[in-house]
Write a protein that binds this ligand. Structure first.
Ligand SMILES: CC(C)(COP(=O)(O)OP(=O)(O)OC[C@H]1O[C@@H](n2cnc3c(N)ncnc32)[C@H](O)[C@@H]1OP(=O)(O)O)[C@@H](O)C(=O)NCCC(=O)NCCS
Length: 196
């Protein structure tokens, strides 16, 4: 109810980010699906329409730093011991997915993530002798995105990958290996094109 009242008369979408800066409690759209128990939030966090935050069992709460923006229909899932943390002033555009299981997903500060990016810190087991749905999940390790990284539209980051501070990843890339700090990388799989 408070979110609906606050947004009355406001223009839609990113115009509402300003509301998050009116009070340390930030702004959570009424259509977002989340529970306070699943979240540890810094001040002035913006959570847009139909964002979902889901945590299963006793996995650690999802952490969002000061001024984080999670836009339309982003989805964060943490289960089977996976955790998700997002550093201050990081902006995540619409429809990004973060799924952490077996290993963490850790996003630094001031990171720019364009629409439709995906982060998966696990794989399903796929040994040949058993149906995939019966197999335990596997992981190559945590995903770490360091400060000041920019990920273009529709980038996918797989488990065990670290993207170094200030790196740029081109639109449509699939990042399967570490990318050094200040590199500009792109492609499937992502390769370094040059350094900034
Ligand atoms: C990665 C990027 C920043 C590089 O820009 P740039 O430095 O100007 O690069 P160039 O256009 O000079 O391209 C250099 C080479 O990389 C290739 N390349 C560039 N972007 C690529 C991409 N996303 N995927 C695959 N290859 C790519 C080019 O084809 C070119 O290859 P060539 O040398 O064989 O011709 C840019 O191409 C990009 O992908 N931007 C993302 C845009 C976006 O998603 N915006 C969302 C708003 S947040």
């Amino acid at each position: 109810m408070a979110s609906r009242l606050a947004a009355l008369g406001m223009l839609p979408y990113k115009n509402r980010v300003a509301l998050a800066w009116l009070h340390p409690n930030g702004y959570i759209a009424a259509s977002a699906e989340l529970s306070r128990a699943d979240l540890r939030m810094g001040p002035h966090v913006f959570i847009g329409e139909r964002v979902v935050v889901y945590r299963q069992g006793n996995t650690a709460p999802v952490e969002l730093g000061e001024g984080v923006e999670l836009h339309h229909e982003c989805m964060i899932e943490a289960f089977e011991g996976g955790t998700v943390s997002i550093g201050s002033r990081t902006t995540i555009q619409a429809r990004c997915n973060f799924a952490a299981a077996g290993a963490s997903i850790s996003i630094g500060s001031g990171v720019q993530i364009a629409q439709l990016c995906g982060f998966y810190s696990f794989d399903h087991g796929f040994m040949p002798n058993q149906p995939i749905y019966q197999q335990p999940i596997t992981t190559k390790g945590p995903i770490t995105i360091e400060d000041d990284v920019w990920l273009g539209f529709n980038v996918i980051v797989l488990s065990g990958v670290r993207i170094g501070q200030g790196a740029v990843i081109g639109a449509g890339s699939v990042v399967t290996r570490d990318i050094p700090s200040k590199a500009i990388a792109a492609g499937v799989p992502a390769r370094v094109l040059r350094m900034r």
